[in-house]
Ligand binder design. Structure first.
Ligand SMILES: Cc1ncc(COP(=O)(O)O)c(C=O)c1O
Length: 442
């Protein structure tokens, strides 16, 4: 068998398990209405919570930086010839905003999490990681070679017991890692208690605020800032509410300096394009100010309205992430496909992004979605959930065209597109399985 044959066989297996993924194509600017695979749809599938990704002020800031420097790429890693003034300015802007002495900018949230965790823990250390942490955290744990203790989601009693164990106390360093606003559940970590536990057990807290930065807390500084807590490291992403690309670690001066030296994605990877850094600095100014407050209020109001109209929608009441549990992989993709036909894009999320048996629609809200559009989306979602034809047992065999999909995925784009209509694809092929224990938990 050639590699190509093996790849085809694997793709067929994925299709048979209703787990095949393939990207759709967006034309034009991101926003609450997008052109997806050629059709105009309402977009409830993004992380652009404040609606800034398509904001002209950001693209103008990027264009001005491109014009001024005449260059697109950074040209090298930031430690060599790729550290441009725009990077330094962005780190200063992050430091002032997040009120920290040390800020480091990374190429992506994935690079930040995997790099920071592996830089701060090593063999002989222990990392305590919430079981629903993002794949980039899991991969950081694995790369670190530290022992990883995965605690049940939000179970701080279990975390405390693990931290108090003699095995944990014997470690050189203990690192507790958690998301603050969980990406697929839309719920919040109890950061106050997390921080208190860390203090009590002499552990460092790394808090991934990827989905909270910009959206929650004073000036959009996240859940920890809202609770008056200062974690040892806050990870924030620019690719979600900030509307650009990249990420930061907000920390002390010494930890930030250590990251220059030890964070591998930082040392061994090209710097973020300076124009993206310039656009991000412009975004931070908007997000911190009164306009940011208005956008935060708008998305919180949308979140409350959605939960009132779709009682099955989970997550914290003002969280822009609202999971609607369907559990069955096949059914969730059928509902997602039905909604798309009605012009409403809500992504179905299946394992391994979420644990088996917990497939869900993941609604991602945007501050800039017009109210009539939101009402239309709510009505469509409520209707699809109530539609008996989409109930588990009632799904006609051919409805999802899985057989066709297995081949379709290997055919030309048109065929793939129609197959994808049936089977869908998850938002980002993130893998939350096997948090550092070397095996797949799910
Ligand atoms: C919780 C969390 N952390 C980190 C990341 C990675 O961020 P990025 O998309 O910038 O790589 C994601 C992305 O989905 C995420 O959900």
């Amino acid at each position: 068998m050639t590699l190509d044959d093996e790849a085809r066989a694997e793709l067929r297996e994925l299709a048979a398990a209703h787990r095949l993924r393939a990207p759709r194509v967006v034309d034009g600017a991101p926003g609450p209405r997008i052109v997806l695979d050629g059709s105009l749809v309402l977009n409830l599938a993004s992380n652009d919570y404040l609606g800034l990704a398509g904001d002209r002020r950001l693209s103008r800031a990027a264009a001005a930086a491109l014009e001024e420097t005449g260059g697109v790429g950074a040209g090298a890693s930031r430690l060599i010839a790729g550290n441009h003034r725009a990077h330094a300015a962005l780190e200063a802007a992050v430091g002032a905003w997040m009120r920290c002495a040390g800020a480091r900018v990374f190429g992506s949230g994935y690079a930040a999490n995997s790099g920071v965790i592996a830089a701060l823990a090593r063999a002989g250390d222990a990392i305590f990681s919430d079981e629903l942490n993002h794949a980039s955290i899991i991969d950081g744990c694995r790369l670190s070679r530290a022992d990883v203790v995965v605690f049940p989601h939000g179970d701080l009693a279990a975390l405390e017991a693990a931290l108090a164990s003699s095995a944990a106390r014997a470690r050189r360093r203990r690192l507790v890692v958690s998301e603050s606003l969980f990406s697929m559940d839309g719920d919040l970590a109890d950061v106050e208690r997390l921080a208190a536990l860390c203090r009590r057990h002499d552990a460092a807290l790394v808090l991934d605020e990827a989905h909270a930065i910009g959206v929650l807390g004073p000036e959009g500084r996240g859940v920890a800032a809202a609770a008056g807590v200062v974690p040892d490291v806050v990870i924030g992403t620019f690719g979600k509410a900030l509307g650009t690309y990249g990420a930061f670690a907000a920390t002390t001066r010494a930890v930030a300096d250590l990251l220059w030296n030890r964070a591998r994605p930082f040392v061994f990877s090209t710097g973020m394009p300076p124009a993206v850094a310039a656009a991000t600095a412009a975004s931070i100014q908007i997000v911190r100010g009164a306009e940011g407050d208005d956008r935060r209020r708008a998305v919180a109001a949308h979140a409350r309205r959605l939960r009132a109209g779709v009682p099955a929608a989970g997550g914290a009441s003002e969280s822009p992430i609202a999971p609607i549990r369907i559990d069955d992989d096949r059914r969730v993709m059928a509902i997602s496909a039905r909604l798309l036909e009605a012009g409403v894009f809500v992504q179905g999320i299946r394992p391994p992004t979420v644990p088996p048996g917990t497939a869900r629609l993941r609604v991602g809200l945007m501050a800039t979605m017009a109210l009539p559009d939101l009402e239309r989306a709510i009505a469509a979602i409520a209707g699809a959930l109530a539609d008996g034809a989409l109930a588990d047992g009632a799904l006609a065999d051919g409805a999802l065209a899985d057989g066709a999909l297995a081949d379709g995925a290997l055919r030309q784009e048109g065929a793939v597109r129609s197959a994808v209509r049936g089977a869908g694809n998850d938002a980002g092929a993130v893998d939350k399985s096997g948090a550092g224990d070397g095996g797949e938990r799910w």
